[in-house]
Write a protein that binds this ligand. Structure first.
Ligand code: ADP
Length: 273
C-alpha cells in the first residue's frame, strides 16, 4: 500500500504505474572546499518500494551522499532525482518526498513530544488538522502516546530514537533515509527499530539505510551498495555481493572491500593455533 499525501511530478507509464525510481543519482561528485573529494562519480538507482542499504567504512562518503540528497550539501557536479524531482532545480518537491532520520538525536530538548511533530509538520506545510491527526497516528504507532506532553529532555534514549523516526515520517515522505539509526543502541532497541522500519517499508515507503552493521543490512535490505573512498564498488543482494567478491558471506565480502580479509571468520578458524 502506497502512503498517501505527497504530490510530486511523476512520469507515468502505459499501465498507469509510476516509473520514476525513488532515488536516482548520476555521476555525483562532491568536493569540499578543503579539497577532499568525498564522492567521486557516484551513480545509484533505488526503485520505489525497495529497502536499500548503503554500507561502507568511516569516511567512505555515506553522510555526504545523504546530505546531497537532502539539500544539506550542494553537489559539485552530477544529478540527484527523487521520484523524478531534481534535488537542486526542484528542491521543494524533492525535499517533500524525503524523510530524514539523522544519526544524531537533533531534537529540541525544551519542546514536548507533540510539539516536535507538530512543528515539523508545519515546516513542511501541513495544515493544523492534518498535523494533529498525523501526529496522533505516529505517537500511537511508535508507542509514544502517553508521552505526548512530556519534554524531550525527560525521555529515555529509546523514546528519543523512536521520536526521531516518527518526526521523519510526519510529512508522509515516500523515501525514508535512515543514517545509522542503530549506532550505539542496545540490542533490544535495535530489534525494536528494525521492527518499525520493516513495517514502514511493508506499507510502501522506500527506505535507504546507512549502517555499519552487516547483520542489519543482511536482515533488512533487498539490495545493498558497498561504498568506499567515494565510489560505489558493488551493488546487489547480499548473495550477489558475496559472489562478486568470491566469498560465502556478506561479512567476508565487506572484509575484502576494506582490505581486511585476514579477519574473516573462515580465515581465523583455519589459522587458529
Ligand atoms: P561517512 O559518512 O561514510 O563516514 P563522510 O561523508 O562523512 O563519510 O566523509 C567522506 C569524506 O569527506 C571524509 O574524508 C571526510 O573527512 C570528508 N568530509 C565530510 N564532511 C566534510 C566537510 N564538511 N568538510 C570537509 N570534508 C568533509
Amino acid at each position: 500500500m502506497a502512503p498517501e499525501g505527497i504530490e510530486t511530478e511523476r512520469v507515468v507509464g502505459d499501465a498507469g504505474a509510476s516509473v520514476d525510481p525513488a532515488l536516482r543519482i548520476d555521476d555525483l561528485v562532491k568536493r569540499y572546499p578543503t579539497g577532499t573529494e568525498a564522492l567521486r562519480c557516484v551513480s545509484l538507482e533505488i526503485q520505489a518500494g525497495e529497502f536499500f542499504g548503503l554500507l561502507g567504512p568511516n569516511g567512505a562518503g555515506k553522510s555526504t551522499l545523504i546530505h546531497c540528497a537532502t539539500g544539506l550539501a550542494q553537489p559539485t557536479s552530477g544529478s540527484i532525482r527523487i521520484f523524478g524531482n531534481d534535488a537542486v532545480d526542484h528542491y521543494e518537491a524533492a525535499r517533500l518526498a524525503v524523510g530524514l532520520a539523522p544519526q544524531e538525536l537533533n531534537l529540541d530538548w525544551f519542546l514536548t513530544v507533540h510539539e516536535t511533530l507538530d512543528y515539523h509538520g508545519g515546516y513542511f506545510g501541513m495544515r493544523r488538522r492534518e498535523r494533529r491527526e498525523r501526529a496522533a497516528e505516529l505517537l500511537e504507532a511508535f508507542s509514544l502516546t502517553d508521552k505526548r506532553d512530556e519534554r524531550i529532555r525527560t525521555l529515555s534514549g529509546g523514546m528519543k530514537r523512536r521520536l526521531v523516526l516518527a518526526r521523519a515520517l510526519m510529512h508522509r515522505p515516500r523515501l525514508l533515509i535512515l543514517d545509522e539509526p542503530t549506532a550505539g543502541v542496545d540490542v533490544e532497541l535495535r530489534l525494536e527499530l528494525w521492527h518499525y522500519v520493516q513495517r514502514i517499508n511493508a506499507e510502501g515507503t522506500t527506505v535507504l539505510l546507512t549502517t555499519h552493521y552487516l547483520e542489519e543490512a543482511e536482515q533488512l535490505c533487498d539490495r545493498i551498495a558497498f561504498i568506499n573512498e567515494g565510489q560505489i564498488v558493488a551493488t546487489g543482494t547480499s548473495g550477489d555481493l558475496a559472489a562478486e567478491f568470491g566469498v560465502s558471506s556478506l561479512e567476508d565480502a565487506y572484509l575484502e572491500l576494506v582490505g581486511r580479509k585476514e579477519l574473516s571468520r573462515a580465515h581465523v578458524g583455519v589459522d587458529a593455533p
